[in-house]
Design a protein around this ligand. Structure first.
Ligand SMILES: [Mn+2]
Length: 276
């Protein structure tokens, strides 16, 4: 079964980023539940900033689950990432992600490595950067194992990383990581830029797929851009994907409208009850 999810950013410095809800966790949970969402995904500045008790109460009160927790706060606020030239910074990136895995794991949720994968520049070679990323994802995937939740690795488009942008390269890279506990996050916005066919790319991911950022070509809510969702959803169903389709969209024209529009699209493509 595919479940519906909506994103909530708790990072004020990321203002303008592609998150449906901002800052107000209580309001986000209330609206998400009233629209029929199954879960929320949060993007916190750090683990210590997450109001764990309040979050647990809100999820329980609104019968929502926590689907995933982003780690990009480590990049946005500290410029840490997993293939940084300095060993000390790479280690800080691993510790940051490791703590997010612990936080998310206690909720049965996954941590996401997106911008924290980094990029290579200056003297560094691409192979060196990929070696460091591979080592980091291996160690962190093995750390996530104890929670029964995979670590989610998100390939990004060429303007956000020069490491891996396409499904075929991502699958080859993942096969070189000797752990079962890293899965792919397929973000339809990134894929729309990089892939010849988003549906074919989803089939390429197949059983490696762990989470979807369900969003349109212009980072607005599904249905507000030009992605043809029917073949994409068919491919998701064919692969047997049973994770969350999460609205990671700009809050346009407003948070509430972006959330509502995504739910309209979910019902249109997945059926009357939303994703299923
Ligand atoms: Mn994404």
């Amino acid at each position: 079964m595919i479940e519906s999810c909506v994103t909530v950013s708790l990072v004020s410095q990321a203002k303008g980023g592609p998150f449906v809800y901002w800052d107000d966790l209580a309001l986000a949970c209330e609206q998400a539940a009233s629209m029929g969402y199954d879960a929320i995904e949060i993007f916190p500045p750090s683990v210590d900033s997450v109001p764990v008790k309040t979050l647990r109460q809100l999820l329980s009160e609104h019968n929502l689950r926590l689907a995933a927790v982003g780690t990009g706060g480590g990049w946005v606020l500290n410029k840490w990432h997993l293939c940084h030239a300095e060993a000390r910074v790479r280690q800080q990136a691993r510790q940051f992600i490791s703590r997010v895995i612990d936080l998310a794991g206690d909720f049965g949720a996954s941590a996401i490595v997106g911008s924290m994968q980094g990029r290579f520049e200056g003297e560094m070679t691409r192979d060196q950067a990929l070696d460091w990323l591979r080592d980091g994802l291996f160690e962190l995937g093995e750390h996530a194992k104890q929670y029964g939740t995979p670590l989610l690795y998100e390939p990004l488009n060429r303007y956000e990383t020069n490491l891996i942008n396409r499904a075929s390269d991502a699958v080859e890279f993942l096969e070189s990581i000797k752990t079962e506990h890293v899965r792919v996050l397929a973000d339809l916005f990134h894929m729309n830029i990089e892939e010849g066919s988003i549906a074919d790319a989803i089939r390429t991911y197949g059983s490696r797929l762990g989470h979807v950022h369900f969003v349109d070509s212009n980072r607005r809510a599904a249905g507000m851009g030009h992605i043809d969702f029917a073949p994409v959803v068919t491919a998701l169903k064919e692969t047997g994907f049973a994770g969350f389709a999460s609205a990671e969209a700009l809050p346009l024209p407003s948070s509430e409208e972006a959330a509502r529009q995504t739910m309209v699209a979910f019902k249109q493509y997945f059926g009357a009850q939303g994703p299923a």
